[in-house]
Write a protein that binds this ligand. Structure first.
Ligand SMILES: O=C(O)CCC(=O)C(=O)O
Ligand SMILES: [Fe+2]
Length: 318
């Protein structure tokens, strides 16, 4: 694993973050950020002053360019309040699609997540242990296109780095027999009941899902599958995939206000264990939130990309 000491962070200018937070609210329509919020965010994003942000999203997340990273780290102003950060971060997600939650928590807010607690299962969301590489909801009909993590408070004990693994590169490292084994719809992971916005459970499922041209569409991966007794007869191939993915994995440490946006078709995520938590008072431990987004071709970042491609096409024709 490679630790990226100084990852590329796209800085969101304070004026843009404040404009998004002022134009939008926490209003939801069931599990989705309200249509009014999406429209308000997009009008801010296309009103001037967001070109760098839109360009960076397009450049790092363009699905037409397989060599691009498939994730982007954005730095929102750390001095914004917790709610302003969440609203502004939702506005950023609206540049790609419609923000939503797949797991309902409490009163149904977009961003889910609580302060880290040693009372939680160590490997779970909000737990203190490591979380092996995975995509969120690999076991449903409509896997969330994007997932995102927003840091309200980094681990004061210095742990909890984010891990990112390149799913396509890992697939390319396997031999054809392993790829064929992963294409079989025989794999299980966790349980997929009670989720929002992701369609019906899909279990068992193929890890590797290709389109008619043999191009990968999804890599339904969660390292937990290796230890799932339902996959006991396939452990070896899952371990080989995990090893291939580990070779592509980078680690980044995020600070308050940072928003990691991940294209789930390309990139798996996870975290390292938190540091020693003994003696850390309530209100001081790591606090990270998550939200999902759909892919909406009409969203500003995708439109920016289309416009750039059209302009490049015109230049080539000239
Ligand atoms: O805590 C983190 O950094 C990642 C959490 C996560 O990816 C999850 O719970 O699905
Ligand atoms: Fe996750």
């Amino acid at each position: 694993m490679t630790r990226v000491e100084d990852p590329v962070r796209v800085v969101l200018p304070r004026t843009l973050a404040v404009s998004l937070a002022a134009a939008c609210t926490t209003q939801m329509e069931e599990h989705r950020w309200s249509a009014g919020n999406v429209a308000a965010a997009r009008s801010v994003l296309t009103g001037g002053g967001a070109e760098v942000l839109l360009g960076a999203l397009a450049e790092r997340l363009d699905r037409g360019s397989p060599s691009l990273p498939g994730w982007v780290l954005l730095a929102l102003p750390a001095t914004l309040g917790d709610e302003e950060l969440q609203v502004a971060a939702a506005g950023v997600l609206a540049a790609l699609g419609r923000p939503f939650f797949s797991i309902r928590q409490g009163d149904g807010r977009l961003w889910i997540g609580e302060e880290t607690s040693s009372a939680k299962d160590r490997a779970s969301f909000g737990g203190t242990g490591a979380q092996a590489l995975h995509i969120d909801a690999p076991n449903v009909q409509c896997v969330p296109e994007y997932t995102s993590l927003l840091v309200l408070r980094a681990d004061p004990a210095g742990g909890g780095a984010s891990l990112l693994g390149d799913l396509r590169a890992a697939v390319a490292r396997l031999d054809e027999a392993d790829r064929a084994a992963l294409r079989e719809p025989v794999f299980f992971e966790g349980q997929a009941e009670g989720l929002c916005g992701v369609g019906a459970p899909r279990m068992p499922f193929p890890v590797l899902e290709d389109n008619e041209d043999g191009q990968p569409v999804w890599v339904r991966w969660a390292a937990k599958m290796i230890r799932d007794p339902r996959n006991a007869s396939r452990t070896a191939v899952l371990e080989r995939f995990a090893a291939a993915l580990a070779e592509t994995t980078v680690a980044l440490t995020l600070g308050r206000g940072q928003l990691l946006v991940v294209d789930q078709r390309r990139t798996a995520h996870g975290r390292t264990a938190l540091g020693h938590q003994q003696g850390l008072a309530d209100g001081t431990r790591r606090w990270i939130m998550q939200a999902k987004a759909t892919f909406d071709p009409a969203a500003p970042a995708h439109q920016t990309l289309n416009a750039a491609k059209a302009a490049a096409g015109r230049r080539n024709d000239a």
